[in-house]
Design a binder for this molecule. Structure first.
Ligand code: MN
Length: 716
């Protein structure tokens, strides 16, 4: 019978410093919170967290994990809050329980098998502390052990499927072979009970007919080793493979059970690594090895840290058998994964170091920071996909996006129509700016409106190619409309001046003459100033002569600023040729302190860009136009214009806050433009005059501390 006392005794046996009072408190707290709740089996609910705690205590986990196991369903299923847990059991436990609760909210949808890998990544990424994942796996293991109590067959199948696709592979990935085997077998039993039953009965038959003779083979290998002087501390062990792994092999190799040779597996557990190779030599000299089957995972461990030698040989009685050779320590790590690592660390560090459970933090640290380390831990890499985020639609479908993706990227990922009409977003139920960067597990609801159209300003923060190209396509089409409008009015004005009218025939002739397909093309060319109004007029009336008129600059009419700022004389740029005219790029607004690159344009001079400016990509095929330049040392009195992007809450006084902060940093706003405006937020571009990078940094930093400022960053 599992009870509080046996749990506490179990923990005490490996952790003599355990806080018994706290552990008992956790038992009482959980029992009381779950009250009269019952499991599907009819047992008091408390038996479930208690069993989960036992599973983890069997793996000798730290007491915070044990306490987390006891409390893991309280926040999800009772009135208890994370704050209550922090109050009673401290911050560490509260964080762990919160982590497990968050994982519980993620439900894998059975139909999307191809999303399984994304789900595993999401769970890994969300389990920032690996103990969260271990508690979750133990929780799942106990739920699988009691799965038969659940009445609904659909629900049983869903849980089993999820276990097979998500949790068993996760257990394997963090190296917990025992967990993986049991989870897999329980799920297999649920999903393919007939296949499992027939494999089991077949195994039974073979056993009864002496075809599975594990004991004899173990004895023979043992005798062979003894004859070669290997003592009894080396353990020889044999087992049948699990029905699930036999079934998978049958499926994979498309062969029947009769033809399947390796239904038995043998293990030799040694005392040290060199003994592994010594014993491999003995085995290979006594039994014929099967070419191509030898694998050395000791010198090249698997991704999850697994180390062992594998070889298939023609064993006793002329049967193929697989033999795995590894040290006892490698074996324990293979079976228990990171949990085993805890045991080893504990032996060495436990008594000297107050922070006895440091290993998990160390593990995570190494996982994150030392990919080249030679240590075991190096290979226990959790595949935390730091370059991806996983979010959900309101219906629970998973959307994988590159890191840094915004709500607009999400909208385009769902459908280009959703992107083209998105007008707002709710993230986890709260209205947020469209440019908000998404985080793992965010639930994203895009608000659309038929009248909404893409904004060119979105292009500055979207990261996915799909969003970028859709926005560009729209902006191009919109620009064409503006050119058409402008061209029509320019042409109309000239026709009026000349007091002329155009007939269909005039147009037809002109299109042919100028090689255009439609009157819109003609207008657009005029608006874009590829053709002048006079040239078109001439095409309408080839026989007439017109007075020359001054060519207008349509750009100016469209509001494009073609003026460029002259270099301020006081901060010299090093690397310039004498006499070269210098301009500062309007796209990136370089200021002293930035790393800069010069772009040479023949006959024009040089334009200075910041080295991370997107425009530089345009010169990748003509690198000779790029010149290495840098700022000189002289400080400048004259300001440089620098750009920042700010999102302010739409509330009274927020604009005043902005200008006050900038004034306090002794800077001046030289231009301010509202890019986007919703009921909740203002998005604006603010050009400020600064002396250099450090002043700009100060402005950005002090803006960040303001409540009215939602976000701020250096603009382009
Ligand atoms: Mn549970």
């Amino acid at each position: 019978m599992l009870d509080d006392k046996s749990l506490i005794d179990k923990v005490k046996a490996y952790d003599e410093d355990v806080n018994v009072k706290k552990l008992q408190h956790a038992c009482d707290f959980s029992k009381e919170s779950h009250g009269t709740q019952k499991r599907a089996s009819g047992a008091p609910y408390y038996m479930h967290p208690l069993e989960v705690a036992h599973i983890l205590a069997d793996m000798k986990l730290d007491s915070d994990s044990i306490i987390t196991a006891l409390l893991h369903d309280t926040v999800e299923d009772t009135d208890v809050t994370v704050e209550d847990i922090e109050h009673h059991f401290g911050k560490e436990v509260a964080i762990l329980v919160d982590g497990v609760t968050k994982l519980a909210k993620i439900e894998y949808q059975t139909e999307h098998t191809r999303q399984a890998e994304n789900f595993r990544k999401l769970l890994l990424a969300m389990s920032q502390d690996i103990r969260v994942l271990m508690v979750k796996l133990a929780d799942r293991l106990h739920n699988m052990r009691t799965l038969h109590y659940i009445k609904s067959p659909q629900k049983r199948a869903r849980i089993a499927h999820e276990t097979m696709e998500i949790y068993a592979p996760l257990a394997e990935r963090i190296g917990m072979q025992q967990f993986k085997n049991e989870l897999q077998d329980l799920a297999f039993e649920q999903l393919h009970s007939e296949a499992r039953a027939s494999i089991i009965s077949r195994l039974e038959y073979l056993r009864n007919h002496g075809d599975i003779n594990i004991h004899d083979i173990v004895s023979e290998i043992r005798a062979t080793l003894t004859a070669e002087g290997i003592d009894e501390t080396v353990i020889v062990d044999g087992r049948e493979k699990t029905p699930c792994s036999i079934w998978r092999k049958m499926e994979r190799k498309n062969i029947s059970f009769e033809l399947l040779s390796d239904i038995m597996a043998f293990r030799i557990l040694t005392n040290n690594t060199s003994q592994c190779y010594q014993i491999l030599g003995i085995i290979h000299s006594h039994y014929q090895m099967i070419p191509g089957t030898f694998k050395d995972f000791i010198s090249t461990p698997k991704e999850n840290g697994y180390r062992s030698l594998h070889s298939v040989v023609m064993g006793p009685r002329q049967r193929f058998i697989e033999i795995q050779i590894r040290t006892k320590q490698m074996h324990e790590i293979a079976e228990l994964g990171v949990a085993a690592h805890w045991t080893y660390k504990q032996d060495r560090q436990y008594n000297t170091d107050g922070k006895q459970y440091k290993w998990i933090r160390e593990l995570l640290y190494i996982l994150e920071h030392a990919p080249d380390s030679e240590e075991f831990l190096e290979n226990t890499k959790l595949e935390m996909n730091y370059d991806q985020v996983f979010c959900f639609t309101p219906k629970g479908s998973l959307v994988a996006l590159p890191k840094g993706a915004s709500a607009v990227d999400f909208a385009y990922e769902v459908h280009s129509d959703v992107g083209n009409h998105c007008k707002g977003v709710k993230i986890n139920g709260r209205i947020m700016p469209l440019r908000t960067q998404l985080h793992n597990g965010d639930q994203v609801e895009i608000i659309t409106s038929e009248s909404q159209v893409p904004s060119a300003s979105w292009e500055r923060f979207v990261v996915t190619g799909k969003a970028k190209s859709e926005i560009r396509r729209y902006v191009r089409a919109q620009k064409r409309q503006e050119y058409i409008k402008l061209g029509r009015s320019l042409l109309g004005k000239r026709l009026k001046e000349e007091n002329l009218k155009v007939s269909k025939k005039h147009i037809k002739n002109a299109l042919k003459l100028l090689n255009k397909r439609s009157i819109e093309d003609l207008y657009a060319s005029c608006g874009e100033s590829l053709l002048t109004a006079d040239e078109i007029l001439k095409a309408f009336y080839p026989e007439k002569t017109f007075k020359k008129t001054r060519r207008k600059k349509p750009f100016a009419i469209l509001g494009f600023n073609m003026e460029r700022r002259k270099q301020s004389e006081s901060v010299p740029i090093i690397g310039l040729k004498p006499g070269l005219a210098v301009y500062y790029a309007e796209c990136c607004h370089p200021i002293p302190g930035d790393t800069i690159v010069g772009v040479v344009t023949t006959g024009k001079g040089m334009t200075i860009h910041t080295s991370d400016c997107d425009m530089l990509a345009n010169y990748s095929s003509t690198p000779e136009r790029l010149v290495d330049v840098s700022w000189g040392k002289t400080a400048s009195d004259t300001g440089f214009i620098s750009r920042i992007n700010v999102i302010l809450s739409n509330e009274s006084g927020s604009l005043a806050t902005l200008s006050n902060v900038i004034a306090k940093q002794k800077s001046n706003i030289s231009n301010l433009k509202i890019v986007d405006r919703t009921t909740d937020f203002f998005e604006m571009i603010v050009d400020v005059s600064v002396k250099g990078e450090s002043q700009l940094d100060n402005i950005i930093r002090s803006l960040r501390t303001q409540k009215a400022v939602h976000s701020v960053k250096r603009g382009k």
